[in-house]
Design a protein around this ligand. Structure first.
Ligand code: FA5
Length: 341
């Protein structure tokens, strides 16, 4: 075949191939096929020397023209493919910058945490410090040092979750009373908020995991009137009104005398309603004067010092404030409930 005809054929084939190609990768392959080192044109150029002298420049010129033309065709097709890619992107992946963005949900603290922080603020403003203790506790701090020796029937009052190594999940925050006395000398004014655990069947007012705030004040001549005054100040701040309190006898081995502190029902104002079971009073927290044995366990001389202690259920305080009728809602993970606070 005449070389010039061969060059013409190459050009025609290239035209068809290049027009039909639909991807940039394939186009790149065509470029190698038609213009690469191993292309037909390259071998023609390499063998120019073997041609007759008179046709050599003609073939050389024609080869370069074909090369230029193929280069131009490749260039043009490249441009077209790029444009079509961008047009497709514009419709397929169009970003409307005027569209409102997705709202980032901002969470907030849990209602029990909110109440804990509030109670902490109230007590620190009265000069109390905030203490904490471990949730996995020694039997000694949870029972023994609190005047509840082994086999004491009071251990049955708080069903306990024990660990295999003989420790326990603290059933109350009262353990922190002893830990505080071991660390500080009177005068002592602390509260200890924290999580506590009981091996208990749950119902509308009982959880297996809940929160308490322990209070402890030890000084010379601390009496029940100090306890009442501090409680009334705290309740006034929490409920934003004067709250009447009354004390009934209550038994806890670590206080003597021990009380149950009731508040007048905030729903009916004391007149009687279903919430207070028509008594006008609602049970709020147990408290009392620190038992001499407990002071001794904390290396404090009961002849010289006295104190009061209380253990308030935080969950129940939140329930009272917002009239929540089921404690299980707190940890249900139901955002419809939590978002209300
Ligand atoms: C105690 O835990 C004593 N340590 C309190 C105390 C401290 C008495 C200092 C005297 C001096 P009690 O078991 O009653 O007491 O629990 C105290 C409060 O925790 C209750 O009034 C209640 O509000 C809350 N509470 C008790 N059990 C549960 C439960 N299963 N679920 C939710 N709250 C509970």
């Amino acid at each position: 075949m005449d070389v010039l005809e061969q060059l013409e054929n190459i050009l025609n084939k290239a035209k068809v191939d290049i027009t039909n190609v639909t991807s940039l990768e394939k186009l790149e392959q065509l470029k190698i096929k038609y213009l690469g080192r191993k292309s037909e044109i390259s071998s023609i150029l390499k063998s120019l020397g073997k041609l007759a002298q008179d046709i050599r420049p003609i073939v050389g010129k024609k080869s370069n023209e074909v090369k230029r033309e193929i280069t131009a065709l490749l260039e043009k097709r490249n441009q077209e493919l790029l444009e079509s890619i961008f047009t497709r992107l514009e419709t397929d992946e169009k970003i409307d910058i005027t569209e409102p963005g997705e709202k980032v949900k901002i969470g907030h603290t849990h209602p029990i945490t909110q109440m804990r922080i509030e109670v902490e603020d109230i007590f620190t403003s009265m000069g109390f410090s905030i203490m904490s203790g471990p949730e996995i506790e020694l039997e000694y701090y949870n029972f023994e040092a609190l005047n509840i020796p082994k086999d004491h029937p009071a251990r049955d009052m708080q069903d306990t979750i024990w660990t295999k190594d003989g420790n326990l999940l603290r059933t109350h925050t009262s353990c922190v009373q002893i830990r505080t006395m071991e660390k500080f000398r009177p005068p002592i004014r602390v509260i200890a908020p924290g999580r506590v655990f009981r091996y208990e069947e749950t119902d509308a007012s009982h959880e297996h995991t809940f929160y308490q705030v322990e209070g402890l004040m030890i000084d010379k001549d601390i009496s029940v009137s100090n306890l009442i005054a501090v409680m009334k100040t705290m309740l006034k701040e929490v409920f934003h009104r004067d709250v009447k309190v009354r004390l009934r006898p209550g038994y806890f081995p670590f206080v003597e005398p021990g009380f149950e502190l009731d508040i007048n029902c905030l729903i009916c104002g004391g007149e009687g309603c279903p919430v207070c079971k028509y008594s006008g009073w609602v049970e709020l927290l147990p408290c009392g004067l620190v038992h001499p044995n407990v002071l001794r366990a904390g290396n404090i001389d009961p002849e010289e010092y006295s104190g009061f202690a209380f253990g308030m259920g935080l969950d129940r305080l939140v329930m009272m404030r917002y009239e929540i009728n089921d404690i299980r809602l707190f940890h249900s993970g139901d955002l419809r409930f939590l978002e209300q606070f």
